[in-house]
Design a protein. Structure first.
Length: 332
């Protein structure tokens, strides 16, 4: 992966030679990741310069530090990884970097494009009483709450929504309700004509951001039993339970910007036309299944919020901002 300018001094002077030897001589041109990234089991099947077996993009081998310390260039600490494995392995480190950058922007008086903490509903103050200005460096800044997230009080890492992979999708959000069944037992949603394009747009946005590809079902064969739910993806050969960027527990935060009706003069989108929050969240959760996670049962915590365009934490046009945060191993 590209080396940040401020970290360049942490690498040895002969880093280019070390990296080339790991990528070409020791690895033989194949990704050496054996599941450390959490995306697959066994050794990755990506070869340098060839189409990636999952994303079909051109593979560029990089060298990852297993302990994430650039100064430690011991051969046992270095692994040749394709860009997809490397991004997944360093996902938490990248999230921490984004959080640090966001805090620096707030300190300098800049407003980041999206800050999960700024999208929470302001606390209710007594009439005539102004809300105290939040401290950007404090936990829950901008949320109107002074309590730390779960685990911070005891000095443990936070397990609630925080910085993570952020997927932005533009377009009017569509909810996903219960399935109806026709005369021949075929299931469908009453709003399939708008729901399917919205789910496809969400899945494609996540795929473009991560280099993944949506799970592709094999074609149905007339006269045979439909076992496509258990058959592997036609693009990469992975089974449904193995197809996705994350394997462990996740926290998902969804901030939806819905269209504002000209006839409505209210602060919050509480009209029936804005959609039910659980239906809107279900559509996004199902759309990301097979791209970011094999099964949405991995989502153990999260929230879904609705805003009108221009509100604090909202987009300037209809769309969704989805923040996915993996829970680190060993977190109580």
């Amino acid at each position: 992966m590209p080396i940040r300018a401020e970290d360049r001094d942490r690498y040895p002077a002969d880093w280019d030679r070390i990296s080339e030897r790991i990528r070409t001589v020791r690895s033989g041109g194949r990704c050496e990741c054996k599941g450390q990234c959490g995306r697959h089991r066994g050794r990755c099947r990506a070869w340098n310069g060839e189409p990636h077996p999952e994303t079909r993009s051109r593979v560029v081998l990089t060298v990852a530090h297993l302990d994430r310390v650039p100064e430690n260039c011991d051969e046992a600490n270095l692994v040749a990884m394709c860009q997809a494995c490397h991004l997944a392995y360093d996902a938490q480190q990248h999230a921490a970097t984004r959080a640090r950058t966001r805090h620096e922007q707030q300190t300098a008086g800049m407003t980041p494009l999206f800050d999960p903490d700024q999208t929470r509903q302001p606390s209710r103050e007594a009439p005539g009483q102004a809300a105290a200005a939040p401290d950007p460096a404090s936990p829950g800044a901008g949320s109107g709450a002074s309590k730390p997230r779960a685990g911070e009080r005891e000095g443990k890492p936070a397990t609630g929504p925080g910085p993570g992979l952020v997927v932005t999708v533009l377009g009017e959000p569509v909810g996903q309700g219960a399935i109806s069944y026709g005369r021949h037992g075929r299931g469908y949603h009453s709003n399939d004509k708008t729901l399917r394009p919205w789910r496809a747009k969400v899945a494609q946005a996540a795929a473009d951001l991560t280099g993944q590809h949506p799970f592709t079902k094999p074609p149905k064969v007339r006269g045979q039993k439909d076992d496509r739910r258990v058959r592997p993806c036609t693009v990469c050969g992975l089974k449904p339970g193995e197809h996705g960027l994350y394997r462990g527990p996740l926290v998902v935060d969804i901030a939806l910007t819905v269209p504002a009706l000209k006839t409505v003069r209210r602060r919050w989108p509480t009209t029936r036309s804005s959609g039910d929050w659980d239906h809107l969240g279900r559509a996004i959760s199902d759309a990301l299944t097979g791209v970011l996670w094999p099964d949405d049962s991995q989502v153990i915590d999260g929230r879904v919020r609705k805003f009108y365009p221009g509100a604090a934490g909202a987009l300037t046009e209809p769309g969704a901002v989805i923040t996915i945060t993996p829970i680190p191993e060993g977190t109580p």
